[in-house]
Structure formats: structure tokens, C-alpha cells
Write a protein that binds this ligand. Structure first.
Ligand SMILES: Cc1cc2nc3c(=O)[nH]c(=O)nc-3n(C[C@H](O)[C@H](O)[C@H](O)COP(=O)(O)O)c2cc1C
Length: 268
């Protein structure tokens, strides 16, 4: 369960604001945000009291917060706090169970799950996931997606015949694009792009409502069409197994291996 720490820093003659400025300019804030398990690290300036700032500091769990307390940065923060002679008031909260998480958290939390428990997701959650797909943008708003929700024993057996990547999930979405109706431009048809956007919306909503997921491209396309007797023109794009990761699932080691922005973004 995540932990939220609110720290009120109160100083004199604007010292609390100067403290925040220095925390930012020294790169301390940025480093803390990059720490494993940090969800949020933000300062808020009081409208009523110019001498007080509030730090909202949110961590994935107690272990992450404990690890943060052991970092070298804590000494630097203590030195700055003394320099600006700040008084501190600390409050700790744990989060309540809720259906919606802020977008930044969803983006950071989403990761591929490759070992699911035998626990079915609720209809409410499934409906929310499907609704997120419904709201996705598509070329010319044609909405050429077709989504098949596979939950039956026979259906899941069919999935296992076309991919080794169900990973035990007992709900699998087959996300398709309808080639017959999608927007086209010369040789290009948007059915794949549209299906990808729909699938991405659904994955993110799944994460938002606490349902673990993964995008699967490794399946036998033709066999899947045969097994599920898909109409001509309905092209499977991906499978999305949905459920809950087992307690012993160690996570996807590739999740943290992201390129630097400078390798994938060019300002021209
Ligand atoms: C287009 C696409 C196809 C993928 N296909 C598979 C797949 O067939 N099997 C699998 O186990 N993972 C598959 N993945 C999951 C990726 O390996 C995973 O997203 C990547 O390692 C990054 O990890 P993360 O999702 O935990 O951030 C696929 C992901 C995408 C976006």
C-alpha cells in the first residue's frame, strides 16, 4: 500500500520558498523523483501563509520510503533545512483503495505481466476497460475496431492453440481492426493504427483500475482467424491478457530499460 507523507515547511522572510528553489536547482527534487518507488514529490505554496510550503511526497510502499530515508540526499536536505531555519510538521497517510489513479501514475505503473493468478476480473472493471477503448480516437472517427472478450474455457483453449503467451490469464481481449471499413489513403489503411490506439487506451485503463495486463503480438494470425471464425476483413492486431499478477511474479526485467529521450527525440 502506498504511503503519502505531507511535510509543512515554515520559515521566515520567504526562506521556505528559497529552500524549495535550492532543492530544485541542486537537482535534489529530480533525483528523488527518479528513485525507485517514488510516485510523487511536489511542493505547494500556501495561498494564506506565504511562509509555509507543503511537500507532498508519495511512495509505492514503506520499503521504498525507508530506502529513500537512507539515501545521501537526506543529509543534503537536512543541511538545507538548517540553512533556512525551517520548522517542519510531518503527516503520514496510507492511500485508500480507489478506482482512479492520476495519469502520471498510470503511465509509470503500467508494465507487462507474464504470470497471472486464477482470479477473474470483475464485470465493472472489464466494462471500464472496454469503455476506454470505445473512447479512443480513430481515423475519420470510423471506429473500425472489433474486440472479442475471451473468458470461456473453450475460448481460452483456442487462445492457447495460437499463442504461448496467455500466461494464465482467464480474460483475454482479441483486438482487431476491420479492413473493410477503415479509412484509407492511397496504399495505406488505418485499421492497424486504429486498433493499436484502442488497445493502448484499454491497457492504460486496465492499469488505472488495478488490472494487470500485457500486449501480445506473438500469435498465429491465420490460425486465430480460423479458431474464432472471424469474418473476412477482421484483422487481429494484438491480444491483451487481463488479470492479476501472481504474488511471486518478479516483474518484467525489461520494464526499466528505457532509452534516453535524446536517443528517440530530435528537436529540429
Ligand atoms: C507491439 C508489442 C508486442 C508485444 N508482444 C509481446 C509478446 O508477444 N509476448 C510477450 O511476452 N510480450 C510482448 N510484448 C511486451 C513487451 O515485451 C514489453 O512491453 C516490453 O518489454 C516493455 O516492458 P513493459 O511493458 O513492462 O514496460 C509486446 C509489446 C508490444 C508493445
Amino acid at each position: 500500500m502506498s504511503l503519502i507523507v505531507n511535510i509543512y515547511y515554515t520559515g521566515k522572510n520567504g526562506s521556505a520558498k528559497k529552500f524549495v528553489d535550492e532543492m530544485i536547482s541542486e537537482g535534489i527534487v529530480e533525483k528523488i523523483r527518479a528513485e525507485e518507488g517514488n510516485i510523487r514529490y511536489e511542493y505547494f505554496f500556501s495561498k494564506d501563509d506565504p511562509e509555509t510550503v507543503l511537500l507532498i511526497d508519495c511512495w509505492k510502499n514503506k520499503e521504498a520510503l525507508d530506502a529513500h530515508h537512507k539515501t545521501e540526499m537526506m543529509k543534503e536536505i537536512a543541511i538545507l533545512r538548517e540553512k533556512y531555519e525551517l520548522k517542519m510538521k510531518v503527516e503520514q497517510y496510507t492511500n485508500v483503495l480507489k478506482d482512479n489513479t492520476d495519469f502520471e501514475t498510470v503511465i509509470r505503473k503500467r508494465t507487462s505481466t507474464r504470470k497471472f493468478k486464477d482470479e477473474k476480473i470483475s464485470k465493472e472493471k472489464l466494462d471500464k476497460i472496454l469503455e476506454a477503448g470505445r473512447l479512443a480516437p480513430t481515423a475519420k472517427n470510423i471506429q473500425p475496431q472489433m474486440i472479442y472478450v475471451v473468458q470461456s474455457k473453450e475460448g481460452l483453449e483456442k487462445i492457447d492453440r495460437v499463442t504461448p503467451c496467455r500466461y494464465g490469464a482467464n480474460t483475454v481481449l482479441i483486438v482487431c481492426g476491420n479492413k473493410n471499413i477503415a479509412w484509407t489513403k492511397n496504399d495505406y489503411s488505418s485499421y492497424e493504427t486504429d486498433a493499436c490506439i484502442v488497445a493502448t487506451h484499454m491497457m492504460l485503463e486496465a492499469t488505472n483500475v488495478g488490472v494487470d495486463n500485457i500486449w501480445i503480438a506473438m500469435f498465429d494470425n491465420e490460425k486465430l482467424k480460423q479458431e474464432f471464425d472471424l469474418e473476412d476483413g477482421i484483422e487481429p492486431n494484438c491480444l491483451i491478457p487481463l488479470g492479476y499478477a501472481t504474488d511471486d511474479y518478479i516483474g518484467n526485467p525489461m520494464h526499466s530499460q528505457r532509452k534516453d529521450l535524446k536517443d528517440t527525440v530530435k528537436f529540429i
